[in-house]
Design a protein around this ligand. Structure first.
Ligand code: AMP
Length: 284
């Protein structure tokens, strides 16, 4: 596995791979790898000739007071895990090599960023769309792989790539979970033992309302009320940031469920802000 930190060198490598007729896959990450990240790398390994992983804690997607400075890192362990997953290039740029001091260009998809994480983290998706644009311009990959855990992020990137005619296929992969259902996240290390014990309730609540929807409940307000009640009982330490039913592509609120509907939640448990989601009426 090659380790590159200079954007121009990474771009030259990617261009040479494409010129040699190889298919390439990019997996953008912020590091501190867990099975969720590794599942994306393994998918990429199976579907492309060359696999690139970027590891960059992108400052522009963190708002003031968020955990940019505390974000967990362990680059040597990450490099080992990436190599074991069959990654060809680990790209770890320095902040100042990604963003010039007078960086002035931003990519935004505001219509898809009004709700969910976009509402509670106002600059977040502008930072995400901008850094993913930069990474796609550097790697110009055949495909780029993202987790459905960050569903809104995936929807925004899919829309951005379509609207800007970027010649990369965006691939969304399922959420990888602990045995008890907690979605893997680099931020799970912030949880105390007591908080960790409540955290699986997030997914249990989503499954609970998925069952209600499947049994015929189509009123979004009734379902969100049921989810709130579930969390009050099973995740009593959690402070709900949002809990919404959305059109899965437009990321706009749904009043009545007429087809597959995204149930998305963000809950603060102690120092951790956990997100999870589930597609309701997925098989209808
Ligand atoms: P991050 O390092 O948190 O920016 O995540 C990098 C990529 O891994 C994103 O596409 C995430 O959606 C994805 N990811 C994070 N956690 C999981 C998970 N539990 N299952 C699947 N993908 C995940």
């Amino acid at each position: 596995m090659k380790r590159l930190s200079d954007p121009k060198t990474f771009q030259a490598q990617a261009m040479a791979d494409r010129a040699a007729g190889l298919t390439t896959a990019l997996v953008p990450t912020m590091g501190f790898f867990h099975e969720g990240h590794l599942s994306l790398m393994r998918w990429a390994r199976e579907h492309a000739d060359r696999v690139y992983v970027s590891l960059f804690v992108n400052p522009t997607q963190f708002g003031p007071g968020e955990d940019l400075d505390a974000y967990p890192t362990d680059q040597e362990r990450d490099a080992r895990l990436a190599e074991e997953a069959g990654v060809d290039v680990l790209f770890t740029p320095r902040h100042e090599d990604v963003y010039a001091a007078d960086h002035a260009t931003w990519v935004q998809v505001p219509e898809l960023a009004q709700h969910l994480c976009g509402a509670s983290r106002p600059v977040h998706f502008r930072g995400v769309a901008t850094v993913v644009s930069i990474l796609l311009n550097l790697a110009q990959p055949t495909c780029a792989v993202f987790g459905q855990k960050d569903w809104q992020q995936l929807a925004i990137i899919q829309r951005m790539v379509r609207d800007l005619h970027i010649p990369t296929d965006i691939v969304g992969r399922p959420i990888v979970r602990e045995a008890d259902g907690l979605a893997l996240s680099s931020r799970n290390i912030y949880l105390s033992e007591a908080e960790r014990a409540q955290a699986p309730g997030l997914q249990q609540g989503l499954k609970h309302i998925a069952a209600l929807a499947l049994a015929g409940e189509r009123d979004a307000a009734t379902l969100t009320k049921a989810l709130r009640a579930f969390y009050a009982e099973h995740v009593p330490g959690g402070e709900i940031d949002y809990l919404d039913l959305m059109d899965p592509l437009a990321i706009s609120p749904v009043q009545n469920l007429t087809g597959p509907t995204l149930a998305a939640v963000a809950v603060r448990l102690g120092k951790a802000r956990l997100i999870d989601n589930l597609l309701l009426l997925d098989r209808e």
